[in-house]
Design a protein around this ligand. Structure first.
Ligand SMILES: *Cc1c(COP(=O)(O)O)cnc(C)c1O
Length: 580
């Protein structure tokens, strides 16, 4: 067992461990002046490497600090129940929670994560206690009491049956609670009276659209890079990251690069795209899909989306292919995107590319872990592009990769990405090169992240299922579709609100409502043919991409969202619908 925090509360937890015959291997504390506690040496700052496999308990009584630490570190958390405590076998206890001497958890109680059930607390049947709550010594909760996140119930307080106490509340010692208590209330006395409702407690933690999610093993590979002094754009992490990506995507050749944008740029160079060449590109996408066309002086032509996957529309694509073929200006490439992880209609698109003999560049920047007909995205096109930007399914803190089953593409891409240095002792160049290689340190992050990709895809798909379950019956609301034989990583859950069916509710109202609740959401990508920078660029199709942009919203989708976060987001969306 490991302990984080070397104060008074830690002493109690050490005693709890000892009573269970468990041994404390290390105590961490940010205060480096602390050297010893209960005759155990304090090891200094938290170190993910030290006893990595030992479960950890955060022994800090302050709910806010305990929460901040729990959200910052990734570690397997333990549960400590003192042998003199009695927990009914139907009681559920979350990770990081401690139940101290003499406490009783009755039938069907549900205790969240990192909760402190202090000495001699009584939790009666069917009570529900959310994460990061602290019940001080001697608290009595009668049957069927609900307590929200972060709330502190002071020593000796009593809560009568069937009461709900909100989140972020502070109940003074010795209070008797006989009425429901709203979020953020400070309460004292018998019967408990609300003295004040904290303003800022209503503003809850920010929920991000998609924030980086550490696996815990990144540091191992980063430290290897430091220990071996491979702080360079070459080294073992890069070689192994490429190999591991190849194995995962079942693609023979992979070049790890400094960004997905660099990978797209190199892909177009491989296909000999030059000044004034035509490149067809999905309009509804992030600008990085299209920008590299212009780096080469070539001319982008944008293609509409279809309604199911929101990706490149086969009909509009064929129209463009026919048009340019007839004009004798055969396009040099087609760039298709798997928006938000949803596979595009690959079969139709690849059929058209073969028919017109035009290479397909697969922008799978958002789609690592998605599959089509059981085969990973990124491996279908003549070349595939991945991104490891900070908000993607996995990250290297910034990076990308080019994939292909054609070895010569990848060998050449690596050569150009390292300044196109010819084979000579001095620096000899017969071509223009680029500095596009991934650093060996960042590749280490990628290796740690790739280890858990399947877990991350599962978590993101679970987010989508949660949203679908809760929101699908709201009027006019629909989600981006996964077609048969497609499997999406659900990088972002994207929904659309049809204002003609939603009683006047529109996308922007919901986005702003979420923002006011400190929840980040984002309109769907604005199509490239609507962007000022691509004014007067040719476009094929109708108004599908424009409609999706008008009505589409991406919801928070990080693999690190908790069930509470997801509930809060859904509550807020429902409230947004009711408000209008
Ligand atoms: C993120 C992204 C890119 C660019 O990747 P970077 O690594 O950020 O350069 C390209 N295309 C799409 C669709 C993306 O979402």
């Amino acid at each position: 067992m490991l302990i984080y925090g070397a104060g008074g509360h830690a002493k109690v937890i050490i005693s709890c461990f000892n009573a269970n015959g468990e041994f404390v291997k290390a105590i961490f504390d940010d205060d480096l002046s602390k050297t010893e506690l209960s005759e155990i040496a304090v090891a200094g700052n938290y170190d993910p490497e030290l006893f990595h496999d030992e479960p950890l308990i955060i022994a800090i009584g302050n709910n806010k600090i305990r929460r901040t630490i729990a959200q910052k570190i990734w570690h397997q958390f333990g549960i400590a129940v003192h042998p003199t405590a009695i927990a009914d076998k139907s009681a559920v206890i979350g990770e990081g929670t401690v139940v101290l001497q003499g406490s009783i958890l009755q039938a069907d109680t549900v205790i969240g994560r990192h909760v402190i059930i202090n000495t001699r607390v009584i939790v009666e049947h069917e009570c529900k206690i959310a994460d990061f709550v602290h019940l001080a010594p001697g608290v009595t909760l009668c049957g069927n009491v609900n307590i929200g996140e972060n709330t502190l119930i002071g020593a000796g307080s009593i809560v009568v049956p069937n009461i709900s106490i909100g989140s972020n509340c502070l109940i003074a010692a010795g209070s008797v609670i006989t009425h429901n208590i709203p979020d953020g209330a400070i309460v004292r006395g018998n019967p408990g009276r609300i003295i004040k409702v904290k303003e800022n407690s209503i503003i809850e933690n920010k929920i991000w659209l998609s924030s980086p999610h550490q696996s815990g093993s990144e540091m191992k590979y980063i430290l290897e890079a430091f220990d071996t002094n491979w702080l360079a754009p070459i080294g073992p992490n890069i070689d192994l990251f490429e190999k591991e990506l190849g194995t995962y995507t079942n693609c023979d050749h992979v070049a790890a690069l400094s960004s997905g944008t660099a990978a797209l740029h190199l892909a177009l160079i491989m296909l000999d795209v030059k000044r004034d060449d035509i490149v067809l590109c999905q309009s509804l996408t992030f600008a990085a899909s299209a920008n590299p066309i212009t780096y080469l002086g070539a001319k982008p032509v944008f293609i509409d989306s279809e309604i199911n996957t929101w990706n490149i529309c086969p009909d509009a694509l064929e129209e463009a292919l026919k048009y340019y073929t007839r004009k004798g200006k055969k396009p040099k490439a087609v760039i298709g995107v798997h928006l938000y992880g949803i596979p595009c209609q690959l079969e139709e698109i690849l059929y058209l590319c073969q028919k017109y003999e035009i290479p397909f560049v697969e922008d799978a920047a958002e789609a690592l872990g998605s599959t089509y007909k059981g085969k990973k995205l990124g491996s279908w096109g003549d070349m595939g592009v991945l991104s490891f930007n900070g908000n993607k399914v996995i990250t290297t803190s910034g990076g990308g990769a080019l994939l292909s089953n054609n070895e010569s593409f990848i060998t050449k891409a690596r050569f150009l990405a390292t300044q196109a240095r010819d084979n000579a002792a001095h620096y000899e160049h017969s071509q223009i090169g680029y500095n596009y290689r991934l650093s060996n340190v960042c590749a280490g992050i990628g290796r740690g992240q790739l280890e858990v990709i399947e877990k991350r895809v599962k978590q993101r798909r679970a987010n989508f299922e949660f949203y679908k379950e809760r929101l699908q019956n709201l009027p006019g609301l629909s989600f981006q579709n996964e077609l048969p034989e497609s499997f999406s990583n659900r990088w972002l859950t994207a929904m659309s609100i049809d204002p003609s069916l939603s009683d006047g509710v529109n996308r922007e109202q919901i986005r702003i409502h979420l923002q006011q609740q400190n929840i980040e959401s984002r309109p769907v990508w604005k199509p490239m043919h609507m962007q000022p920078v691509f004014k007067n660029t040719p476009y094929f199709g109708g108004r599908m991409a424009e409609n999706i942009f008008e009505n589409g919203l991406c919801l928070p989708s990080g693999s690190n969202l908790s069930t509470q976060d997801l509930s809060r987001i859904c509550d807020s969306i429902e409230a947004g619908f009711n408000k209008s």
